[in-house]
Design a protein around this ligand. Sequence first.
Ligand code: PEP
Ligand code: MN
Length: 297
Amino acid sequence: MIENKAPSKDISLQDIQTKFPLAAKKDPKHYSSFEISGIQFGPDYVPIFAGPNMVESRELILNCAKNLKEAGASFLRGGAFKPLTFPYRSDKYTETRERGIEWLNDAKNIYKIPIITEIMEEKFLPLISEVADILQIGTRNMQNYPLLSACAKSGKPIMIKRGFGCSLRDWLGAAEYCLIEGNQKVILCERGVVAPHTHRETSRFLLDLQVVPAAKEITHLPIVTDPSHATFWRPWVRNMSLSSIAAGADGIMLEVHPDPPNAAVDPLQSIDYEEFSSLVIEMNSIGKVMKRKRVGE
Ligand code: PEP
Ligand code: MN
């Protein structure tokens, strides 16, 4: 934090008092603690969000729900409405949209696992909020303020992924747009930022682990990391997940697929069920060191 100065990418005392007073901590020990569909967020527990990038089929999402719940996932993730980078589609590479939301609902009802899924347009809010326990705002929409306000007004918990070019200051501004609507259940998710060097040709982003302790100095909101989107590379996901717990992350989002090389979207970053299972055990070991009661369910 810097003292009162002209606006900059860093956070000033004045920002804390006037730009995001609701997102800011009231004292150094102030951490939000709340429950979403029976899952506890806050300083003691570290929920895990796991699932495929895309809700490809009913069969896939039911299989994921069963296996991931057994292995310790707290929430099932999966996109039905997806911000795919290019507009061309094939039978495999296509959004499942309303059908995908219906399949997520089946997975939730059959396996009793809460759901997080992305919302990109306000017009789908009634449909998605019927099924989602948490509305995910993707990196590309972090600064879509009308969307944030509409989602916040629905009263549904919201997870805001950090814009890949945005500062902590910008991110807390987005959170404030939700908090000001009286919605207290706001979660932040670091998913990788643009950087001059990402250490591999296929890795588009860099996991900004430093933002975890930095955010916790300023805000009481839980902060999750998404090592899958950040690294874009399966062999790095384990290390960055364990490091996230050590950095103080309050949740972890992971892409998991039964057959990662054949995932319809982002096949390089998904881990399989077996890798996920052992990672949950390892994250719990690091969690103990960090005085967390449990990582996952
Ligand atoms: C996702 O979680 O599926 C996703 C698209 O993430 P991001 O918005 O971080 O790219
Ligand atoms: Mn993705």
